[in-house]
Design a protein around this ligand. Structure first.
Ligand SMILES: [Zn+2]
Length: 230
């Protein structure tokens, strides 16, 4: 058996933090590539390798080399948004209908499935972000940075809701739509906020799946841009 280190040409996939991988060769067998993930953390596909004398290449390119920006819309006909982390079981997705939720693709598919049911959903990690107004019809879901004197990078006066992230996500829906689907206002708690906004169609552009997105950045972390588009 021989072991050598060769450059990894990942073809856009995210399967290793390293630029070189260990190749184990045993006579008459396919080389074994050590230290790579079984599935790309972006597209959830299993990499198929071509190993030459000088490099290890993934054969098929990643379909999402820049990650995934998810754009969805929800209708807010009541002018009241219910803003919280978790709106299950009223809104949910079918785990069997999406790629692994730990992958970027699986999360994007969950976002799409939730939007189809009328809920703007997006993973934010354990960041406890807020919903902030940035203009008459524009908002962000973001975590501010705090300076040495504890001043936030986004004015607190513009914060409409805090999102306490037990689920590591935000879930936002039209209040009346949520009620019509079985949501019970008597069970709302201190982590649920109702925000009055102009009625209309709201577009959520969610960024956490973008390649290089850093939820632990020192600067303001903007998970989503929200805009009333109609
Ligand atoms: Zn990939």
């Amino acid at each position: 058996m021989t072991i050598e280190r060769l450059p990894l040409q990942a073809n856009g996939h995210l399967i290793s933090r390293e630029t070189e991988v260990e190749v184990l060769r045993l006579d008459g067998r396919e080389p074994y590539i050590a230290g790579v993930a079984y599935h790309c953390t972006v597209c959830d596909r299993q990499p198929v390798f071509r190993t030459t004398d000088s490099a290890v290449q993934v054969r098929e390119p990643c379909p999402y080399p820049d990650g995934i920006t998810t754009k969805i819309t929800i209708n807010v006909t009541s002018g009241k948004l219910l803003v919280t982390d978790d709106l299950r079981p009223v809104f949910n997705w079918d785990d069997n209908a999406i790629a692994d939720y730990n992958s970027t693709l699986g999360q994007a598919q969950a976002v799409e499935a939730m939007a189809a049911a009328g809920c703007a959903y997006g993973p934010v990690g354990n960041s406890c972000p807020g919903l902030y107004r940035t203009g008459p019809d524009s908002y962000i879901i973001a975590s501010p940075r705090y300076d040495d004197d504890d001043n936030p990078s986004i004015p607190e006066s513009t914060r409409l809701a805090r999102i306490c992230t037990d689920l590591w996500a935000y879930s936002i829906a039209d209040l009346e739509h949520w009620k019509a689907k079985g949501g019970d206002p008597a069970r709302l708690g201190w982590t649920d906020t109702i925000v009055e906004v102009p009625r209309g169609t709201y577009q959520f552009t969610h960024h956490s799946g973008e390649r290089g997105f850093d939820r632990d950045a020192v600067e303001t972390v903007t998970f989503a841009h929200v805009e009333r588009i109609a």
